[in-house]
Design a protein around this ligand. Structure first.
Ligand code: AVJ
Length: 322
């Protein structure tokens, strides 16, 4: 895999970051898109979150994927004579796809889509050293936008683990699922991990860990604005705040201003009252019925659902029947 082999379809540009920040901080409820968490530093913090005892989604899904991969191996035996092509959305550190590659012996090609170029390239290099026969295609792209990828005759299996879909509101999630279907094609499959609804304390603790890593992850977006957009946030003057919004069925993360202050970003001033927050992330949780309906409305039919014994996490195999 050479640097030149990296597809750069819609690389997020600095001016887009700036425009999104200026727009978001001008709203009555200040907000920032969660995709900007993931620069090199933020991706490292996220990897640390995944190791936390409170953060059940990562390890629960990873454990489930062993069983899922075995079942998929049976499902696709004979169904994919040309072999499979896996397309991972928001590939990050690529720690999950290995479970599939090992059990699904007939994966020929792997396309990894991620917004963070450096992280993506490093992860692809590592994967390449482990699966020498596999043709790997890193693709720097913002998967919140439609995408066209190279086509092959292989059976396509989209892979969207980690409940990343929870960052979208239900309307955006439906749009993403439609786009993914259009990208992968009729009769393609999608293996998608989705966090379930569960008692509030479990949810709250997962986003308020004892070591304060989630707080650092959240505040990193301010430091990224300082680094890349000439901002003057002092993260000490903001507090991490995460809670479960029950009526909306989502965890919300905010950064709350601890005092009245004016922040300067690329020459623009933003006033903060004491206690005023920036809404930095939503993380929606879906019951199996809710998610199955959402998928169906978006052109996907449920082929299979896996739940762990505590029903902390769900993995769905969908097929695009549109
Ligand atoms: C990567 C969006 C699935 O919502 O749980 C983890 C991100 N934010 N801790 C999630 C996250 C705070 C994570 N997703």
């Amino acid at each position: 895999m050479h640097k030149a082999a990296v597809q750069n379809l819609d690389r997020p540009q600095d001016d887009e970051f700036l425009a999104d920040v200026l727009y978001g901080l001008s709203q009555t409820q200040k907000q920032l898109p969660p995709k900007y968490f993931y620069d090199q530093k933020g991706s490292e913090y996220f990897d640390e979150i995944c190791e936390l005892s409170e953060y059940y989604p990562y390890r629960t899904e990873l454990t489930m994927l062993r069983d899922v991969a075995r079942d998929l191996g049976n499902h696709f035996a004979g169904l994919a004579p040309q072999g499979l092509e896996i397309v991972e959305f928001g590939a990050g550190s690529l720690r999950k796809v290995g479970a599939l590659l090992t059990s699904l012996g007939n994966v020929r090609s792997f396309t990894a889509i991620d917004i963070s170029e450096e992280h993506l390239i490093n992860s692809c290099r590592l994967l390449e050293s482990q699966y020498r026969e596999l043709s790997i295609h890193p693709c720097v792209h913002d998967f919140t936008k439609p995408l066209t990828i190279h086509t092959s005759d292989r059976t396509r299996l989209g892979f969207f683990p980690g409940s990343t879909i929870g960052n979208f509101n239900p309307g955006e999630a439906s749009e993403f699922l439609h786009n993914a279907g259009a990208t992968l094609g009729t009769n393609s499959y999608l293996l998608i991990g989705v966090d379930t609804k569960k008692p509030e304390p479990i949810l709250r603790q997962a986003y308020n860990d004892n070591k304060g890593i989630t707080a650092k992850f959240n505040k990193n977006v301010l430091e990224r604005i300082n680094r890349e957009l000439d901002g003057n946030f002092n993260p000490i003057h903001f507090a991490h705040h995460a809670f479960y919004n029950e009526p909306e069925g989502r965890i919300e993360m905010h950064l709350r201003s601890l005092k009245e202050q004016t922040i300067k970003i690329a020459g623009h001033n933003f006033e903060f009252h004491r206690g005023e927050s920036i809404h930095t992330e939503n993380s929606y949780k879906y019951s199996p019925d809710e998610f199955t309906s959402l998928a169906q409305e978006s052109g996907w039919s449920k082929q299979h659902l896996w739940l762990d014994s505590d029903e902390l996490f769900a993995v769905y195999l969908l097929q695009y029947v549109h």
